[in-house]
Design a protein around this ligand. Structure first.
Ligand code: PMP
Ligand code: GLU
Length: 400
C-alpha cells in the first residue's frame, strides 16, 4: 500500500489545465507558442462587475459568509432562473460554490455510492469522468457521433440507462464540441428520462449564453417540468461574464440534494470567496449587452477557424453553434509521419507533434473520451487564430 490514496489512481490530472500549464511553461522559456488549450474567454471581466468587487472590499465584506452563498447572490440566481427559464426556486434550493466545478463535485460526491452508474455523453468535459471515478462511481459513456453533430440521440441514451443509473450528465452547448441542442432535440431526450424515473439529471448550462446563428437556449427542466424534482441545473459566472479566475458557480435543485452538498462544502472550502460573491450579484443583476458583443466576435472567430481547418490535409471540422470550441477529426492524419520522423498513431501523438513542430497547443480528443479528434478553444484574437490555423495547415501539409 502506497502513501497516496488508491482513489487517486483512478483519476488523471485535468488535461485541459495541463495543456494550458505546458503552453505557459514553454512561453516562459521564450518559445514561440500559441495556446488554444484553455477553455476561457480572452475578454476581461466587465467594469461594473469589477467595481462591485472593489466596493465590497472597501465596505469590509471580507468575512466568512453562509457556506453556500450570501442571500443577495441566491436572490440574484433565483431571479435569473425565473427571468430566463420561468423556473421557481427557494434559497434552500440554491447552492453557490467555488466555480461550477465545485458544485459538480459536491453533487456527485454527495450522491454516488460505489458502483453507481453515471451516463456521460461523449465527447465530454474532462472533469465529469474523473469526479465520478473519484467517488467510486462508474462512468457509462454514451457516444455522440460526428455524423449526428456530436449530439446524443434518444436511442443511445435509452440504451445507456440501467437499473444502476443514478445520473445523466448533460451539457449544451457542449464542451468540447460546441454542439447545441434545439428545443425538439431536448424534448426527445427528456421524454426518455420521463420513462426512467430513477435517473436524476445534472444539466450543465455553463455555456448557455454563448449561442449563435439565432439558436435559443432552453434548460431541460423548463422543457419537461416533471423532471424538476430530479434535476440539478448547474451554471456559473466563468464563461458568460468572463470570470474564470474569480471562481464562482451555482446549482439549483431539490432541497434534499442542496442540503447534502452544503454539508460537504462545510467540511471542505466553506463559503466561496466573499468578494467574488458580491461581484456575482452585480453580474447577474446588471446589464447583459456585452454578451452580444462577445458573441459577435466568437462567430467571426468560429467561421475563420472552421474554414481554415477544413483546408488542412486530413482534418475535418464541423461548424458548431455554441460555446467557443471546435472539435475537428484528425483521422486523416493517422499513420503519417512528420518531417522529423515522428509517426502519428493517435490524436495524442498529433497534438504533441503539433506543439513541438509548430508551437500550437490544443487538447487531444482522447482526454474528452472520443478519439481521434482534438479540441480548439477559439477564445482568442483573430490574428492569433489565423496564425495558428496556418501553422496547422503547414503541419498537416508536411505529413507524409
Ligand atoms: N462545465 C463545463 C462544461 C466547463 O467547460 C467548465 C470549465 N470551465 C465548467 C463546468 C466549470 O467551470 P468553473 O469551475 O470555472 O465554473
Ligand atoms: N473547462 C475549461 C476547459 O475545458 C477550463 C479548464 C478546466 O477546468 O478543465 O478548458
Amino acid at each position: 500500500m502506497g502513501f497516496i490514496a488508491d482513489s487517486l489512481n483512478r483519476i488523471q490530472p485535468s488535461a485541459t489545465l495541463a495543456v494550458t500549464s505546458k503552453a505557459l511553461e514553454l512561453k516562459a522559456q521564450g518559445k514561440d507558442v500559441i495556446s488554444l488549450g484553455a477553455g476561457e474567454p480572452d475578454f476581461d471581466t466587465p467594469e461594473h462587475i469589477k467595481e462591485a468587487a472593489i466596493k465590497a472590499l472597501r465596505e469590509g465584506k471580507t468575512k466568512y459568509t453562509h457556506v453556500d452563498g450570501i442571500p443577495e447572490l441566491k436572490a440574484a440566481i433565483i431571479a435569473k432562473m425565473k427571468r430566463d427559464h420561468g423556473l421557481e426556486y427557494k434559497p434552500g434550493q440554491v447552492s453557490v460554490g467555488t466555480g461550477g466545478k465545485q458544485v459538480l463535485f459536491n453533487a456527485l460526491m454527495a450522491t454516488i455510492n460505489p458502483g453507481d452508474e453515471v451516463v456521460i455523453p461523449t465527447p465530454c468535459w474532462v472533469s465529469y469522468i474523473d469526479i465520478v471515478r473519484l467517488g467510486d462511481g462508474k462512468p457509462v459513456f454514451a457516444e455522440c457521433r460526428l455524423e449526428d453533430g456530436y449530439k446524443l440521440t434518444p436511442e443511445t441514451l435509452d440504451r445507456a440507462i440501467t437499473p444502476k443509473t443514478k445520473w445523466l450528465i448533460f451539457n449544451s452547448p457542449c464542451n468540447p464540441t460546441g454542439a447545441a441542442y434545439t428545443k425538439a432535440e431536448l424534448k426527445a431526450l427528456t421524454d426518455v428520462l420521463v420513462r426512467h424515473k430513477h435517473v436524476w439529471l445534472l444539466t450543465d448550462d455553463m455555456y448557455e449564453k454563448l449561442l449563435y446563428d439565432g439558436m435559443e437556449f432552453f434548460t431541460p427542466a423548463q422543457i419537461e417540468p416533471s423532471l424538476y424534482e430530479r434535476t440539478l441545473t448547474l451554471n456559473g459566472l466563468s464563461k458568460a461574464y468572463c470570470m474564470t479566475g474569480w471562481r464562482l458557480g451555482y446549482g439549483c435543485g431539490p432541497e434534499i440534494l442542496i442540503k447534502a452538498m452544503q454539508k460537504l462544502q462545510s467540511q471542505s472550502t466553506s463559503n466561496p470567496n466573499s468578494i467574488a460573491q458580491y461581484a456575482g450579484v452585480a453580474a447577474l443583476n446588471g446589464p447583459h449587452d456585452f454578451i452580444a458583443e462577445h458573441n459577435k466576435a466568437f462567430v467571426e472567430r468560429r467561421d475563420l477557424v472552421v474554414s481554415m481547418l477544413n483546408q488542412a490535409a486530413g482534418i475535418k471540422c464541423p461548424k458548431p453553434q455554441g460555446a467557443f470550441y471546435v472539435y475537428p477529426s484528425c483521422a486523416g492524419t493517422l499513420g503519417k509521419t512528420t518531417p522529423k520522423g515522428k509517426r502519428i498513431e493517435t490524436d495524442e501523438d498529433f497534438v504533441t507533434a503539433l506543439l513541438e513542430d509548430e508551437g500550437v497547443a490544443v487538447v487531444h480528443g482522447s482526454a474528452f473520451a472520443m478519439a481521434p479528434f482534438f479540441r480548439i478553444s477559439y477564445a482568442t484574437s483573430l490574428t492569433e487564430l489565423e496564425e495558428c490555423c496556418k501553422r496547422i495547415q503547414r503541419f498537416c501539409g508536411n505529413l507524409r
